[in-house]
Write a protein that binds this ligand. Structure first.
Ligand code: AMP
Length: 502
């Protein structure tokens, strides 16, 4: 077994998902070696150009060796492994099953994809169906929280590809309902999150019962020692590909922080959703209870909202997600784990109602927006008590996130050096009678300053003469927060507009 340290990278790119080349007619998918049935399915789904991870992963997987993929969600990694996996299964399909396989002539699964959450498993399986629609390939999804019998039936019926969360998969195996003897390809998707969620023992149990000769693909956004230990154990002389490192992915997301008193948070959120006309926002809380309470508060304020978290039945989660995707539901309130795997093209708005305890989760959360090249906005509502968490996040992501003020919601006490410095700067400019400078996303798509005097980014004139929609800052002053020396510059893709509507 190779160790992670000895891996020879075949390509390393920092290119963010946003750097996709413009669409081309033949798409470039064919040039990666994919067969016509797959290229047609991808084009029919509206993708004409492979993303950076797809450009690297597809040929590597087609070659047949093991692969270690360093890629976050949002990079297009799912198609990066599903497309070549389908092709390999198609080419290796045997006309007849070996005798005595115990399946009475039924198909036995030839590929197994493990994912940390039900939502991710369901979405990956949906991708398998989408990309495999011109192939005679069948798939099924296996996860807990729903009845086991239909899953047993599906396995009896016979499928080529199984996408599963580890726990329920082992339940099925324990009941003799699944036969792994024909598995040719194993994928561990979001392996780091599977380990975070304590699945290592289940994964080891699954590995122990798979045929030893197979292709292994492992994707992970981070590479802790535990992941390295797993790759050492699992992967055989893997190729390593890596794209969209942490600090580049988040640069397509317009991030801001609003400091607010705890007692006013819910009111502020309602105000923002209404004033900025957020029609589809994914809102994060730290706890399940907090998610329920907030969804109720939003509903009472006339905003259609639902909570999803681990205590909700699978039916309720699926319903909430479906309504959110179609736009019936204005706000989806989620905990980190429940939100993992939620994939909505061009989700415009993520709100951190409460900051996560783990800085990495912040990156995962805001990765829900700005996916595969789309831009998005992530706003964090932060109380004084949460400032240490904010500091950790900023240190981790090597940026200072822009502070934004929302009129009527200024906190009584600000213990935040960044905003107080910015306030001092505002005051200085106000005292000098500084000129208002245009702020906000200039003429951007539906961009709108918050009404009623709304917000103004720090560093500009909330307290100055600029008033609504106008702020001031020294012409040479930094827009919207300053990156620490040597760090990637703090965002200001938008020219520093602070809160904006959609
Ligand atoms: P993933 O990283 O697999 O979760 O994918 C992130 C998002 O990118 C999903 O919404 C995909 O549907 C989308 N996507 C995948 N491949 C492409 C592509 N080649 N062009 C544009 N979007 C894509």
């Amino acid at each position: 077994m190779a160790t992670a340290e000895t891996l020879a990278p075949i390509a390393v790119s920092d290119a963010p998902a946003a750097s996709h080349a413009p669409a081309t007619v033949d798409g470039g998918f064919a040039a990666l070696g994919l067969r016509d049935e797959l290229v047609r399915a991808v084009l029919a789904h509206g993708y004409s150009t492979p993303t950076p991870i797809q450009k690297q992963a597809i040929p590597a997987v087609l070659e047949g060796g093991d692969l270690l993929g360093g890629a976050q969600t949002g990079t297009g990694k799912t198609a990066g492994f599903v497309l070549p996996m389908l092709q390999r299964l198609m080419l290796s399909a045997k006309p007849q099953l070996p005798p005595n396989n115990g399946a009475r002539g039924k198909k036995l699964p030839r590929a197994l994809i493990l994912a940390p959450t039900r939502e991710l498993a369901a979405q990956v399986e949906e991708s398998v169906r989408i990309y495999g629609k011109f192939l005679p390939m069948t798939s099924t999804c296996i996860f807990g929280g729903v009845g086991i019998n239909p899953q047993i039936q599906a396995m009896r019926h016979g499928v080529d590809i199984v996408v599963a969360t580890p726990g329920r998969l082992l339940d099925l195996y324990g009941q003799g309902a699944i036969n792994f003897s024909q598995i040719e390809i194993l994928v561990l998707d979001e392996a780091d999150r599977m380990l975070d969620m304590g699945f290592i023992h289940d994964i080891k149990k699954v590995l122990a019962v798979l045929p030893p000769k197979r292709q292994n693909l492992l994707f992970s956004a981070t590479f802790s020692d535990d992941i390295k230990a797993l790759t050492d154990r699992l992967l055989n002389n893997p190729k390593m590909i890596e794209v969209a490192r942490r600090n580049t992915t988040i640069e397509v997301v317009d991030q801001s922080v609003v400091l607010v008193d705890k007692a006013h948070k819910a009111k502020l959120l309602v105000h923002l959703i209404r004033e900025q006309k957020w029609t589809q926002s994914l809102i994060f809380t730290r706890t399940k209870h907090g998610a329920n309470r907030l969804a109720e508060q939003l509903e009472k304020s006339g905003i259609s909202a639902m909570a999803i978290h681990g205590n909700k039945s699978q039916g309720a989660r699926t319903k909430a997600l479906a309504e959110f995707k179609t736009g019936t539901l204005q706000a989806l309130v989620a905990t980190d784990i429940a939100a993992r795997g939620i994939d909505i093209d061009q989700l415009p708005q993520v709100v951190n109602y409460e900051l996560p305890n783990v800085p990495e989760d912040y990156v995962h959360r805001i990765g829900r927006t700005g996916r595969a090249g789309a831009s998005g906005q992530a706003m964090s509502l932060v109380t004084n008590e949460e400032l240490p968490l904010l500091k950790d996040i900023e240190r981790f992501s090597k940026q200072v996130i822009a502070r934004v003020k929302i009129e009527g919601f200024n906190p009584a006490l600000i213990a935040d050096p960044v905003s107080t410095t910015a306030d001092a700067r505002d005051a200085e400019w106000a005292a000098r009678g500084g000129r208002p400078a245009p702020r906000g996303r200039p003429g951007g798509s539906g961009a709108k300053r918050p009404s009623s005097g709304g917000s103004a980014g720090y560093g500009g004139g909330a307290g100055g003469a600029g008033g609504a929609g106008g702020g001031q800052r020294p012409p040479s002053g930094p827009p919207r927060g300053r990156a620490p020396a040597g760090a990637p510059s703090a965002r200001p893709r938008t020219g520093g507009g602070g809160a904006r509507g959609r």
